[in-house]
Design a protein around this ligand. Structure first.
Ligand code: GLV
Ligand code: MN
Ligand code: MN
Length: 434
């Protein structure tokens, strides 16, 4: 059995940010592929059958594939400058939890198939659309739109898929694979301080709050920084800076709402060049979807108002606002969540401000989440943390939750016993494919 801490140790040097602490593990990149290869090697060394589906999702079948499967997993990509645990903790914990199930004999008695799934481009850091793999699987994004997405270099998602040996013609909703999932459980590092002041290492997800992304483009007039009088400029950077400065005040009027501009791009980008255009990307979140709508409408209105005075006669700065994605507030199914609460009675229920593949899958299959305490409460930054003992407690909780779903609650008494077959594929178990 491999400890979750040593599993994470095996990848701690993969994708380190060359600019400083933290990680850069973009979706569908060489680094994500290296991490995926690590996962595949770990899965195959345990005897699991591994397949990469048409959408680039990696499936490791712990048992023989089948209907009504229990699936656990997470992602391996990161935001730029991300932490060590957002994603990989869930993948490493899945491997470690399955090891525990096997060693305790519970896996050999499993009444349902079991698989681990690793979803690509969960962060949407490369192509702008979060949870790209699970959105494609479920049809939450169609292939036409997805294939046309471009990264910073201008490479289309279609091109990048090809370079990964995947066929763009075959991406998209996969009812057969989706239909096999009977329940999905994702373990994830906590991305806030909810557990920090408690004595609990693990929480259960209740909901994921609604969140959307918008692209705001400002277009002005490029010109010379030295020869253009201040009164004769249509500078998109000035207009964009005005709205960025206004956002905290606008959003502050909506209790519980958050909005962030975390990425900007100035065209063409020269110190002595008045920009011709500026792009900014806005992330807005609130549990009430109508509030998110109100916030973006107010920001868009204000952006246009504030830009109208940013140019000079006849050369106003133009603003366009495009929604790139929206995921409404998702409540995890009461049935699975209640059973998890009964299994882990001390674990608090938590709403999450962060998005997850489980939130996308929840619209189609019973899904649930476990969060593992993060002592700093910081995430999407190098300071993200997880104590070793908490990570181990998370694995025990996940193993017990999987056992509950597999219909083998208890400590494994009466099972095949520790150190059973390298592969527990349920052959001979009549109920396995029920
Ligand atoms: C992903 O972690 C997100 O919430 O954006
Ligand atoms: Mn994540
Ligand atoms: Mn994240």
């Amino acid at each position: 059995m491999t400890d979750v801490v040593s599993l994470l140790g095996q990848i701690e040097d993969t994708g380190r940010d060359p600019r400083g602490p933290g990680y850069v593990r973009p979706g569908y990149s060489r680094v994500e592929r290296e991490l995926r290869d690590w996962f595949i090697a770990e899965a195959e060394s345990r005897g699991f059958d591994v397949e990469i589906d048409h959408n680039g999702i990696t499936w490791a079948w712990v048992t023989a594939p089948g209907e009504n499967a229990v699936v656990t997993g997470s992602h391996l990509d990161s935001v730029p400058g991300g932490g060590e645990f957002d994603g990989p903790l869930g993948v490493a914990s899945a491997l470690a939890a399955v090891d525990q199930l096997r060693e305790s004999g519970r896996l050999a008695r499993a009444r349902r198939p079991l698989a681990i799934a690793v979803f690509p481009e969960e962060e949407g850091s490369r192509f702008g659309l979060s949870c790209l793999g699970s959105r494609l699987l479920t049809g939450a994004v169609g292939p036409k739109r997805a294939l046309a997405l471009t990264d910073e270099r201008g490479d289309t998602f279609a091109d990048v898929l090809r370079s990964h040996g995947l066929d763009p013609e075959r991406v998209g909703r996969d009812d057969e694979r989706l239909g096999r999932i009977g329940s999905f459980l994702e373990l994830h590092v906590e991305q806030g301080v909810g557990l920090v002041r408690t004595d609990q290492p693990v929480a259960i997800g209740s909901s994921i709050i609604g969140h959307g992304r918008w692209h705001i483009r400002y277009e002005g007039e490029g010109n010379h920084a030295g020869t253009t009088p201040m009164a004769q400029r249509a500078d998109p950077v000035v207009a964009a800076a005005r709205i960025i400065g206004d956002i905290p005040t606008i959003v502050g009027r909506y209790d519980g709402a958050v909005a962030t501009v975390g990425r900007t791009r100035v065209h063409p980008g020269g110190t002595n060049v008045i920009a011709s255009a500026m792009d900014l990307w806005l992330d807005i979140r609130h549990p009430d979807d109508e509030v998110v709508q109100d916030v973006i409408e107010e920001i868009a209105r204000r952006a246009r108002d504030r830009a109208s005075g940013a140019g000079y006669r006849g050369h106003d700065v133009q603003v366009t606002v495009d929604q790139e994605s929206y995921s409404p507030t998702t409540h995890f199914g009461a049935d699975l969540t209640q059973r998890l609460s009964a299994l882990l009675p001390d674990a608090p229920l938590q709403a999450s401000g962060a998005g997850h593949d489980a939130g996308i899958l929840a619209a189609h299959v019973p899904s649930a989440m476990l969060y593992v305490r993060n002592p700093t409460g910081v995430s999407h930054a190098p300071e993200e943390a997880c104590e070793d003992d908490d990570a181990r407690a998370g694995v025990i909780a996940l193993a017990d939750a999987l056992a509950m779903e597999l219909g083998v609650e208890g400590d494994g008494e009466g099972g095949a016993g520790p150190g059973g077959a390298g592969r527990a594929d349920g052959q001979g178990d009549e109920e396995h494919r029920a």
